[in-house]
Design a protein around this ligand. Structure first.
Ligand code: TMP
Length: 213
């Protein structure tokens, strides 16, 4: 796997996937294993629950109170805050950062709601807010039906904005297109496998990337 030009001593690994793909759980398990190995790991997630933009997304989009373009702007503002206040300091300190969603989520989700091509959305993130390129972007891939079932099974409130099947079908498609055509360092993971297998794959790829075994 290609090594990116290193501007910071830290490493950035991103977990992406449709709702129900299991990325949050995988993130926590992988972080736990890396910590056990004595590595300095932190998890960041987007949307944040710290910035005023992230808070606005979490309050309003659940209730369907934002237009698709308002949502797009808020995700980008929230990310800018996260990069400046959380990501860059961690990368400068040499930490391993696991990101539970990043700008690829905006590419996949907001391209379906706004009609703007995902490549344009990625470009905005890269050029307008200088979003740092991850070392690896893991796409936890799962069919939309299965993702939706997992979300419903968790007993979560059904979220009109994000969790409809047809939307998830499109979002999954965008992630797969990105992995094939974008310039980022993508690694596709079969997220229908049991959790331990998914965790092992992600962890092994990360460890071999940073050359610690
Ligand atoms: P979560 O499931 O990771 O907590 O994310 C909440 C929802 O936010 C999820 O349905 C995906 C959506 N989302 C976007 O639509 N665009 C984005 O840029 C991000 C980070 C999340």
């Amino acid at each position: 796997m290609a090594q990116r030009e290193k501007k910071y001593p830290g490493h950035l690994f991103v977990l992406e996937g449709i709702d129900g793909a299991g990325k949050t759980e995988v993130c926590h398990h992988v972080a736990g294993h890396l910590l056990e190995k004595g590595l300095d790991v932190i998890i960041l997630r987007e949307p944040t629950d710290e910035s005023k933009w992230g808070k606005r997304i979490r309050q309003k989009s659940q209730r369907g109170e934002l237009t698709p373009s308002e949502e797009l702007e808020l995700f980008i503002r929230d990310r800018d805050w996260n990069i400046q206040n959380r990501l860059l300091p961690a990368m400068e300190k040499g930490q391993i950062v696991l990101m539970d969603r990043y700008f690829f989520a905006t590419g996949a989700y907001q391209s379906t709601s706004t009609g703007i091509h995902w490549s344009e959305i990625l470009k905005r993130n890269r050029e307008e807010i200088n979003a740092l390129e991850p070392d690896i972007i893991f796409i936890l891939d799962i069919p939309a039906e299965q993702g939706l079932c997992r979300v419903m099974g968790r007993g979560c409130e059904t979220n009109q904005q994000f969790e409809k099947l047809d939307r998830l079908v499109q979002v999954r498609q965008r992630y797969l297109e990105m992995a094939e055509r974008d310039t980022g360092n993508y690694f596709l993971i079969d997220a229908t496998l049991p959790l331990e297998k998914v965790v092992d794959s992600v962890q092994n790829v990360i460890l071999s990337f940073i050359n610690i075994q």
